[in-house]
Design a protein around this ligand. Structure first.
Ligand SMILES: Nc1ncnc2c1ncn2[C@@H]1O[C@H](COP(=O)(O)OP(=O)(O)OP(=O)(O)O)[C@@H](O)[C@H]1O
Length: 240
């Protein structure tokens, strides 16, 4: 049984259909990436999985066998699935340490908040240096590290990341991809939305390519890297 199994996902906002009949899965231990041009429906997909965007009644989303499509986000997080949303949404008026504490709210019995906080400071040395600084005064790269560190405070079994490298300097991008590789080696299953196609496919086992809310291509990352379908999806050339 896949860890995450999404079947027939459709997301409609008012009259706009952002995602249409999308099915995909993530097996335990995998790194899976969802790729596609701007507006392809990637964030809508991630948000719908977490209960943050409306999914059509015909959609089915199962996490470790539990139907989650009607559950509120807090309950989904408690089951062990956490999203680092696009745009580094940290709490600007809270300190680094307080932001981390907020992340442990849905920890349940998966770990100890104090130990997780120390491991966050080991993993992200810059956050340790800035533990009493207000998050709103951190640089973009530091805020992204904090956003990921906060997600890790819930000891997720499945970590969803929406464009973690967006707008960051090359060294920070490299740090984040190295971190994702390391988390994967430590046993965290990862679902990653990225614009950074080459780097995402370099760490992923498999990928799905969306165009205009529909699945365009899917396959092993090594096959997708060699495929011309990716370019077509990005250029909006439609079906391959
Ligand atoms: N809350 C919303 N209300 C109305 N339309 C929305 C909403 N969120 C997204 N959309 C629309 O749904 C479509 C898909 O958007 P989505 O953010 O899922 O794409 P994306 O692939 O993540 O794009 P990007 O890479 O630019 O973040 C777009 O046409 C967008 O304008």
């Amino acid at each position: 049984m896949p860890m995450l199994e999404v079947e027939n996902l459709s997301v409609v906002y008012g009259g706009i259909r952002a995602v249409r009949n999308l099915s995909f899965h993530v097996n335990e231990g995998e790194v899976v990436t969802i790729l596609g041009a701007n507006g392809a429906g990637k964030s809508s997909t991630m948000n719908a999985v977490m209960g943050l965007a409306p999914s059509d009644p015909s959609s089915s989303i199962r996490f470790n066998g539990t139907a989650v499509e009607k559950l509120p986000t807090e309950k989904i997080s408690k089951l062990g699935m956490t999203l680092t949303p696009e745009g580094r949404r940290v709490f600007p008026q809270l300190t680094v340490e307080e932001n981390l504490r907020m992340g442990a709210i849905s920890l349940g019995r998966r770990g100890s908040a104090a130990e997780l906080k120390e491991s966050a400071f080991t993993r992200f040395p810059i956050l340790a240096q800035r533990r009493t600084q207000f998050a709103g005064t951190l640089s973009g790269g530091e805020q992204q590290q904090l956003a990921i560190a906060r997600s890790l405070m819930s000891a997720p079994r499945l970590l969803l990341l929406d464009e973690p490298s967006l707008g960051l300097a090359p060294q920070v991008v490299e740090f984040i991809f190295d971190l994702l590789k390391q988390l994967s080696e430590e046993g965290v299953t990862i679902l990653l939305v990225e614009q950074n196609v080459d780097q995402a496919l370099a760490i992923a086992d498999r990928g799905y390519v969306l165009a205009s809310g529909e699945l365009q291509l899917e396959g092993k990352a090594t096959d997708l890297r060699a495929s011309s379908g990716i370019e077509r999806a990005y250029l909006g050339l439609g079906a391959v």
